[in-house]
Ligand binder design. Structure first.
Ligand code: IMP
Length: 178
């Protein structure tokens, strides 16, 4: 299906994303105002653009680390089985951690990864997702902060891909097969 032609309709503009990130960062700063250092953990690969904008807006002492989990492969359906493909470089025991996800869809990834990080005994673990598709949920999970709730549409752009393409779009668009 990856060679089928599809069109992308803009759903959330770059300007709207930037404004939302500013507001989210004010809340995150309030939550972590007393931190000596916050470890911002990006879930690869979909969160790489979001985390880049987020950390530049955060007025806190931070460190950045990455974790890669398997997700959709090259298709449009979640595999439900979450595997860790790349682990963190640093230890997080006793540290403040902010886990950054691109989309919470079925919730399996967030569930699996938060359990994994929690088992390492961080001081505080909070989660943020740029997008949330609540109607698709299979596991009762919600990020502490969400950028935008969206309907059950397949989206790309701003770091998010369809079969590894379209990550470089500056906005969030929905994929449509005409
Ligand atoms: P979950 O485990 O079903 O919540 O899946 C989360 C992951 O699936 C996200 O981190 C994305 O990588 C991927 N995903 C979910 N929805 C979409 C989408 O609309 N477009 C591209 N990737 C998606």
């Amino acid at each position: 299906m990856t060679d089928r032609r599809y069109v992308i309709d803009e759903m959330i503009s770059a300007k709207e994303i930037a404004a939302r990130i500013e507001a989210l960062c004010r809340e995150i700063q309030t939550e972590f105002k007393d931190t000596d250092k916050l470890v911002v953990v990006g879930l690869l690969r979909g969160s790489f653009v979001f985390i880049a904008d987020l950390v530049r807006e955060l007025d806190l002492p931070i460190e950045v680390d990455f974790l890669e989990a398997s997700s959709y492969g090259d298709g449009m359906e979640s595999s439900r089985e979450v595997r860790i493909l790349k682990d963190l470089r640093g230890a997080i025991e006793g540290r403040d951690v902010l886990l950054v996800e691109d989309i919470v869809d079925t919730g399996h990834t967030l569930h699996h990864v938060t359990n994994l990080l929690q088992s390492r005994n961080p001081a505080r673990l909070r989660t943020i997702a740029l997008l949330d598709k609540p109607s698709r949920r299979e596991v009762d999970m919600k990020a502490n902060w969400t950028g935008f709730e969206i309907p059950d549409e397949f989206v790309v752009g701003y770091g998010i891909d369809y079969a590894q393409r379209n990550r470089n779009l500056p906005y969030i668009g929905k994929v449509r097969f005409p």
